[in-house]
Write a protein that binds this ligand. Sequence first.
Ligand code: NAD
Length: 478
Amino acid sequence: MKAEHYVDGVFRSDGPVFPLVAPVDGTEIGAVPEATREVVDDAVAAARSALEGPWGAMAAEDRAAALRRVADGVEARFEEFVEAEVADTGRPRAFAETVDVPRAVGNFRAYADLLYGRPERAYTTRIPGWSSGTGEALNYTVRRPLGVVAIVSPWNLPLLLSTWKIAPALACGNAVVAKPSEETPSTATLLAQVIDDAGLPAGAFNLVHGHGPGAAGEFLTGHPGVDAIAFTGESATGAAIMRNAADHVTPVSFELGGKNPALVFADADLDAALDGTVRSCFTHSGQICLCTERVYVERPVFDEFVTRLGERARALEDYGPMISAAHRDKVLSYYRLAREEGATVVAGGGAPEFGDARDGGFHVEPTVLTGLPETARSVREEIFGPVCHVAPFDTEDEALALANDSPYGLASAVWTRDLSRAHRVAPRVETGIVWVNCWNLRDLRTPFGGVKASGIGREGGEYSLDFFSEPVNVCIQI
Ligand code: NAD
């Protein structure tokens, strides 16, 4: 797969190139052009011209039709998208087939549909003299696009997370400059081809490849021609982008890191809690922002839960590699750190040996830890691998205190059969999403995002349209 920039309706690959490495076996599978400042400037300028040209003038109904053509185009090339995502990420094929690509199709269709409900949100009032002497006025609200939107996305769900922003941004009439992760450029390139075939006006969607700091990501997010930034990635990167964007007071929507807790009460259906916790800790080798890394279990069932979770972790078949050698080394360094901090390693704790080509790849073992104090770095910091620490608790209040004692607040899972407890506990967990007796059950219309260091703003359904458009008050004196 040859990665290319897409700027002003033209594919180009100028700039130095860097290798694309397959995480499953460490082999080189392609070359990626690194966007220079000039390529980024061109992309932002193209986006601006599109807003002033046919894209900016396009009726909402026509934008919706264009988004549907993009959805159809992704579907028509389903297999290519699956293969590209599997090659770049090393994830199990079934995951790309059932999650990544269908969700990307769904993102374009859902936001096309949402455009039709949109006018109802316009808020009109006619009020007689709000303050004395002002007379009567008619107030109404129009929503207009933000303008040129920069979309910077991570490697863990490349197509799903970028289209989660690209689709609503385009639906609202913005022009987009997207930068995918340097680790996973392929499905973004395919998407640009589909968008080109769908006949969106040149410049409505632009794609630049490259790295973050001191490179394309930084050039783009600090660009004076960018009107808003939608970013998903690490919290530290969010902070860097915020600093970079501060000079231009560019609005941001941030979906950032997490150190997600799960609370397992003794009254839970323990089989269901175990199944759910295995999924929430080890799916995609823990490389989903919503994955659990801290599990708190009520003391009467703690020993049984830990034993069974350890057995399940050891029995797992390959859940896919870490994205890169650097990320594998980071995860293994946390496994070492946890031991130094005094952890008991119940399962895993190292790198597996397969005796085949996968040994050239970047795999680590699903790992279950216990025995660490809450102050341990490996309990506080996001590892982003297939690992959890399990600790006991005695009371509901203690469980909540433990769950909430974190700089992060993205997602949590609560396992209980007690309906009152579920309703009592859920609103008190300081995370943007609280799953009760499930994990990662996603309705795309619901608000998605984190509190504390896990993000700023909400996306999903109407919430995305709220970010990607600006309400403007028009007040007419009568
Ligand atoms: P990352 O922050 O390293 O990179 C994300 C993107 O930002 C990449 O495209 C990268 O090139 C770019 N980037 C890096 N530094 C930059 C800079 N200084 N300026 C501009 N752009 C820059 O994140 P990652 O390693 O790709 O992804 C994993 C992280 O993403 C984890 O922390 C995970 O929790 C988080 N994540 C969060 C969500 C969510 O919805 N909250 C979803 C997925 C992943």
